[in-house]
Design a protein around this ligand. Structure first.
Ligand code: SF4
Length: 367
């Protein structure tokens, strides 16, 4: 049913109370696009992300105002908060002291090494997880000079240098690493090469991937390739738009690789001229509902008798459409035939009944 994947052994690190790497599930994370100074907008977005299944959230800390507001975000957030920092190490120290569970630093944007060293020591004092986030667009000048272009080799050398620096100079190990480029294949090559040389957990994803459709494709190419090779301990699907979509896409990738499920899987036909019910709107309603449900179940929403009964029988609960009617299947058997106008309500009743009969299929996302 699914490919056999042997996950690469990595160290286990902690982002607050969420483990990453080792035998932990592959963690799904995202990033808010609000300002931390707008506490209610930030917390409301975090809540939506949590409902979608996000386990770790990152917030941008561009200035003093943002870092001053961080304490309240951290206090109220139900999941660990990571501060995203560039350029100013002083903001990093304040973020760590405000209680954030992790920081993401892009070493290429920090010019003053002494300040960076001080920040890393503060992280160690507070056991704040550090992600060394290498980005092809902002490599250190000496690396760029050596490699001429921001190639995957340049990213790997930069990441290895920084890991060695934190481990040897700071004696700190609560670390994870990312090596991102906007080119998915360059990103893959960077992770493949780095993973041969280090066992620190890897945060995988493609940076600046674009909107929902192109971004999903680019991320899926890179993330799936890496996960199939056993590489990846936490992932962020970077998309331009509503960050909750990042979380749904992340779980779709994980489920299709047989690595992790959170929301119901929906089998649905594309519809064609044979379809005699409004399957598109039915599907949309089932998908919207399924995004709020945390259960490892398979549903089928099919248009007609060609493939409908076959798929509906193989699902836990399924619909096969007819002329203005739908036949509902549960666990392989027909349970009722209902008119189109009551089809959705009856379908949801059967799904609820299935979940009551199979409570083991309901998922607690914080396992
Ligand atoms: S199941 Fe029926 S309606 Fe759906 S695509 Fe196949 S033939 Fe068309």
């Amino acid at each position: 049913m699914y490919p056999k994947i042997k996950r690469r052994p990595t160290r286990k690190v902690w982002v607050g109370n969420v483990s990453v790497g080792g035998d932990s599930p592959i963690r799904v994370q995202s990033m808010t696009n609000t300002s931390t100074t707008d506490l209610s907008a930030t917390l409301s977005q975090i809540q939506k992300l949590v409902e979608a299944g996000c386990e770790i959230v990152r917030v941008a800390i561009p200035d003093e105002k943002a870092v001053n507001a961080l304490k309240d975000v951290v206090k109220e957030s139900p999941i660990p908060v990571i501060a995203d920092l560039h350029f100013a190490t002083s903001l990093g120290e304040k973020a760590v002291k405000a209680g954030c569970a992790g920081i993401r630093i892009n070493p290429g944007t920090f010019k003053n090494k002494a300040n960076l060293e001080r920040l890393l020591k503060v992280c160690k004092d507070y056991n704040c997880c550090v992600r060394i986030g290498i980005n092809a667009g902002s490599l250190e000048p000496e690396i760029l000079k050596k490699y001429k272009t921001p190639s995957y080799r340049a990213m790997v050398e930069s990441a290895l240098r920084w890991v060695e620096y934190v481990v040897e100079k700071i004696d700190y190990y609560n670390l994870k690493v990312s090596l991102k480029s906007s080119n998915w294949w360059e990103t893959v090559k960077a992770y493949l090469a780095f993973s041969k040389k280090s066992d620190f957990p890897l945060h995988v994803g493609v940076t600046e991937a674009g909107g929902l459709i192109p971004g999903t494709i680019k991320n899926t190419m890179a993330i799936s390739y890496l996960l199939l090779k056993g590489i990846g301990d936490t992932l962020r699907v970077s998309l331009t738009g509503d960050p909750t979509e990042e979380v749904y896409v992340a779980y779709e990738i994980l489920r299709n690789l047989g690595l992790r499920a959170l929301h119901p899987e929906i089998i649905a036909c594309p519809t064609c001229g044979r379809c005699e019910i409004d399957l598109s709107s039915l599907y949309q309603k089932v998908e919207t509902w399924a995004k709020k449900v945390k259960a490892d179940i398979k549903l089928a929403v099919m248009g007609c008798v060609v493939n409908g009964p076959g798929e509906a029988k193989m699902a836990d609960v399924g619909i096969a459409g007819g002329k203005g009617v739908g036949v509902i299947f549960r666990e392989g058997k027909i349970v009722k035939k209902v008119p189109e106008k009551t089809l959705l309500d009856e379908f949801f009743k059967e799904v609820e009944a299935f979940l009551q009969a199979h409570p083991e299929r309901v998922i607690n996302p914080r396992q």
